[in-house]
Design a protein around this ligand. Sequence first.
Ligand SMILES: C[S@@+](CC[C@H](N)C(=O)[O-])C[C@H]1O[C@@H](n2cnc3c(N)ncnc32)[C@H](O)[C@@H]1O
Length: 200
Amino acid sequence: MKNDYFEHKAGNYEQDKDRVTNVENIANSILNNVHFDKGMNIMDFGSGTCLLLERIAPFVGKITAVDISESMNNELESKRANLGCKLEIVEMDLTKSKLDKKFDGIMSSMTMHHIKDIKTMFIDFYSLLNENGFIAIADLDLEDGSFHTEDTGVFHFGFDRKIFLNAAVAAGFKNVKITTASIDHKPQGEYPVFLLTGNK
Ligand SMILES: C[S@@+](CC[C@H](N)C(=O)[O-])C[C@H]1O[C@@H](n2cnc3c(N)ncnc32)[C@H](O)[C@@H]1O
């Protein structure tokens, strides 16, 4: 049986203003670094309640939201009517099952630190993309472990940017670059967040 780490968080996930601001910054950074059009079908990996995808939705045709958490997916479902594009919700653990689809781009916000083997994840992203498809992946810089105050299935206390970038390059991605997307302000500290972009 799978563990829904976000079961007791989903309902009030968006009440944390710092979290919302952080994902707003990430979305703006993605919009500044990636070209979108209404013909595109994009995957949002670890889509959560929709904080990222609702900001990208007006610029694409369809978003496929992939998330393991039933409770987060239920929150997202309740917002379907107000999104600016078509939405498909796929409830799955992308590290355990294969998704038989292709996308024009894959975006992700604050999810990779929940993934044990990021090298394999980048290889999977590569195979899920159409030719020239993009990745736009945002996550924490290395931190001291204080970012999470409860267990939500964390495998990494952020990432060293060089190691993260090398994992994307090793999977075959081109034009890979990393920029600073945001600083997540929390009561216990300030946590820089990067955005990695690249193409198949
Ligand atoms: C910290 S939340 C981020 C949610 C959203 N992207 C945001 O920025 O607000 C991480 C999300 O990744 C999902 N997740 C974690 N591991 C996953 C996996 N192996 N497959 C699919 N989703 C996963 C969690 O259920 C959760 O909704």
